[in-house]
Design a protein around this ligand. Structure first.
Ligand SMILES: *Cc1c(COP(=O)(O)O)cnc(C)c1O
Length: 392
């Protein structure tokens, strides 16, 4: 089956007693068993699959797990209450005191907080690395390196990582490869075909698609799942039934939405490149971008999230504020992936590398997300913002 068919079909095993299109929503804590033998039988199903207790899943949350798993191509998916929890849980599953952990300098801020906070307290040595290191990660591997984390393109700054090269090195050193795959969503990057062992999705973004819920998913290979499932259980992770229902509903239209976000993002990128107020556009799916060759080799598509630099002379705080404040169609806030266009000034922390990189513009970097509005309305909104900026 092709992708567009799979996102319509996946996770649609109907309960025997129902001929409805969608799975039921069970609001559930307690599950009742008829006999002692039924209780004992629970132990025989694949860990995490049985209907045993509300926390462990309901037919509705299993349907979403199954759908995400089939699309990403892993062995098993577990839901978490947020994308942030889906980052922390697998690290707590795979790392122990005394281990060394490598994570890219361009990672989502939550991961940096976990690395420098909880993991450090528990005796894991976490080291940020240059996301563009590729096979050169070999130099950073130590005998006790257990996990190499990848996020591509990077949060805020959109570096594309050579994941197969990094995965080859990590695996030959006996380390797991864990990826935050939220930028591409489950459709546009196939983590398990590129050497990833554990893939994380903030379902909050493209899968939910409507800015109305927070949820995460952890998808793993069979070997990694043996480690992930006990930790998921120990941490008491779970996915809320109503949110799972909405996320599954979002998934059905995600293919169509992503195509539009991708095309509108490219159109906005082209338009921005032509503006004299703009010093550069960072968008892995545009041919001028340094990440384009890797993106074209490894990715199926791009979403609507990318960045651009204002010229340095318009990067003072009053100018940036004049540009951002008063945009009508672009919302300012900490999320993306829904139908509305979004914008935010970027503020990358880069302890292991320099930012901007040599040769990159020095002005203010802006993160922009193309929603589902008509592109000409979006460019009109931006054009007015540039006018306000110029007269600030
Ligand atoms: C939003 C986001 C997350 C976290 O998801 P939440 O549901 O907001 O916790 C993780 N990684 C990336 C790349 C994100 O954009």
């Amino acid at each position: 089956m092709k992708d567009q068919t799979r996102i319509v079909r996946a996770g649609r095993v109907p309960p025997a007693d129902s001929r409805f299109v969608n799975p039921p929503v069970y609001h559930a804590s307690t599950v009742l068993f008829e006999t002692m033998a039924d209780v004992k039988a629970v132990a025989r199903v694949r860990k995490g699959d049985g209907v045993t207790y509300g926390v462990h899943g309901t037919p509705g949350t299993f349907a979403l797990e199954e759908a995400v798993c089939e699309i990403e191509g892993g062995y098993r998916t577990r839901l978490c209450s947020t994308g942030g929890q889906a980052i922390a849980a697998p690290l707590l599953a795979l790392l122990s005191a005394g281990d060394h952990f490598l994570y890219p300098d361009c990672c989502y801020d939550n991961l940096r907080d976990v690395a420098t906070g909880m993991l450090a307290r528990f005796g894991v040595e976490a080291e940020p690395y240059d996301p563009l290191v590729g096979g050169g990660i070999r130099e950073l591997m130590r005998p006790n390196t257990r996990v190499v984390f990848v996020e591509s393109p990077g949060s805020q700054t959109f570096e594309v990582q050579d994941i197969p090269a990094i995965a080859d090195v990590a695996h030959s050193a006996g380390a797991w490869v864990v990826m935050d795959n939220t930028w591409a969503g489950p459709l546009y990057f196939r983590p398990f075909e590129h050497g990833v062992d554990v893939s994380i999705q903030a379902l909050t973004k493209y899968v939910a698609g409507h800015a109305d819920l927070v949820m995460g998913a952890v998808t793993a290979t069979e070997a990694a799942y043996e480690r992930i499932q006990p930790a998921w259980h120990e941490l008491g992770c779970s996915g809320a039934p109503d949110d799972a229902y909405l996320a599954l509903r979002g998934l059905r239209t995600m293919g169509l939405r992503l195509e539009r976000h991708w095309q509108s993002g490219l159109a906005l990128g082209e338009w921005l490149l032509g503006r004299e107020e703009v010093a550069g556009v960072v968008h892995p799916a545009m041919p001028h971008d340094p990440g384009f060759a890797l993106w074209e080799r490894d990715f199926v598509g791009a979403g609507g999230l990318f960045g651009f630099w204002l010229e340095e002379r318009w990067s003072g705080r009053p100018q940036v504020a004049a540009f951002l404040d008063g945009l009508e169609l672009f919302g300012m806030g900490f999320s993306w992936g829904s139908y509305q266009s979004m914008i935010l000034y970027a503020n990358p922390h880069r302890p292991a590398t320099t930012w901007p990189r040599p040769g990159q513009p020095k002005g203010q970097l802006i993160r922009i997300y193309a929603g589902l509005e008509d592109v000409s309305d979006l460019t009109d909104d931006l054009a007015q913002a540039f006018e306000r900026m110029r007269s600030a």
